[in-house]
Design a protein around this ligand. Structure first.
Ligand SMILES: [Zn+2]
Ligand SMILES: [Zn+2]
Length: 254
C-alpha cells in the first residue's frame, strides 16, 4: 500500500491510502482546490475514492468534507457525523456510520479505534490488505494500551508528533491553550511519539510518518531527531524509514 500525506499539521490534514485497487482518504482538512489538485498530482480521481474516513470534527480535518462528499462517501462515527452536520450539510446518502467494529471496502479491511482528544468521538484507523498494514494515529493526548494494541504489528504507522514540550511551554500561547494541548485529550508531543515508535519498531513497524506537527511549537528536524535518536539509544530501528509530514508538501510512504 502507498500512503500519501497531501498535507498534515495544525492547519489542515488529508491523507490517501491506496493499494491500486482500492483507495481511501483519511480526513479532508485542506482547502478544496488544494485537496483536488493534490489528488490529481498523485493520479487519483476523487470519484475513485472508496471512502473518506473522518477522524473527528475539528476544522483542520473537515474543511473540504462538503466538496468531497459530492463524489465520495463519508465514513465516521454517528456522533462525529452529527457534529459535522451542524457545520456543513452533507448529502444524507453519502454518509455512513461506523464504530469500532471493523469493515471491508473491496480489498481493504478497515478497523476504526477510539483515540483521546477533545472531540465528540475521535478515532484512529488501521487499514490492512493481504500484504500490508497502515495505522493512522493522530490527534490524541496520550497513547493508551488499547491504541497501542491496534498499532502494534502495522508495517506503516502515521503517528502524531505535534509539539516539542519545551517550545510549547516557553512559547506565546495563552495558558488555557497550552493546558489543552498538553492534556490527555490534546496532542502528542515528540517525546511521547518517540517512546511509542520504539515499542512499535520492536514489533515489526518498518516505516513511520511523523504527522500533525504544530507550526508554532515544533520543527520537522526536532520531531525527526527526537524519534531517530531515541531509537538509536534503544539500539533499534537502523533500517526503519522515518519521514516527517509537511503542511505544504506531499510526503509518501511506499
Ligand atoms: Zn483535533
Ligand atoms: Zn487536528
Amino acid at each position: 500500500m502507498e500512503v500519501y500525506s497531501l498535507g498534515s499539521g495544525s492547519k489542515g490534514n488529508c491523507m490517501v491510502v491506496t493499494n491500486g485497487k482500492n483507495s481511501v482518504m483519511i480526513d479532508a482538512g485542506l482547502g478544496g482546490r488544494t485537496m483536488m489538485s493534490k489528488l490529481a498530482q498523485i493520479g487519483i480521481l476523487p470519484h475513485e475514492l472508496d471512502a473518506v474516513l473522518i477522524t473527528h470534527e475539528h476544522s483542520d480535518h473537515i474543511r473540504s468534507v462538503g466538496e468531497i462528499a459530492a463524489v465520495a462517501p463519508i465514513y465516521s462515527h454517528a456522533d462525529t457525523l452529527d457534529a459535522i452536520g451542524r457545520v456543513v450539510a452533507l448529502p444524507y446518502k453519502q454518509t455512513l456510520e461506523i464504530d469500532e467494529k471493523g469493515f471491508s471496502l473491496g480489498s481493504l479491511d478497515i478497523f476504526p479505534f477510539r483515540v483521546s482528544h477533545d472531540a465528540v468521538h475521535p478515532m484512529g484507523y488501521v487499514i490492512k490488505d493481504e500484504n500490508d498494514s497502515v495505522c493512522y494515529l493522530t490527534d490524541t493526548g496520550y497513547i493508551s494500551k488499547g491504541m497501542m494494541k491496534m498499532a502494534t504489528g502495522c508495517k506503516k504507522v502515521i503517528l502524531e508528533s505535534n509539539h516539542d514540550k519545551e517550545m510549547l511551554v516557553r512559547g506565546g500561547y495563552p495558558e488555557y491553550l497550552k493546558r489543552r494541548i498538553l492534556s490527555d485529550t490534546g496532542h502528542l508531543c515528540n517525546e511521547e511519539s518517540a517512546l511509542a515508535c520504539a515499542d512499535l519498531v520492536k514489533e515489526g513497524t518498518t516505516e513511520v510518518l511523523l504527522a500533525h506537527l504544530s507550526e508554532n511549537n515544533n520543527l520537522s528536524e526536532l520531531a525527526y531527531w527526537t524519534t531517530r535518536s531515541y531509537l538509536k539509544k534503544c539500539g533499534i530501528g537502523k533500517e526503519v524509514k522515518i519521514k516527517v509530514a509537511s503542511q505544504r508538501d506531499t510526503v509518501v510512504l511506499s
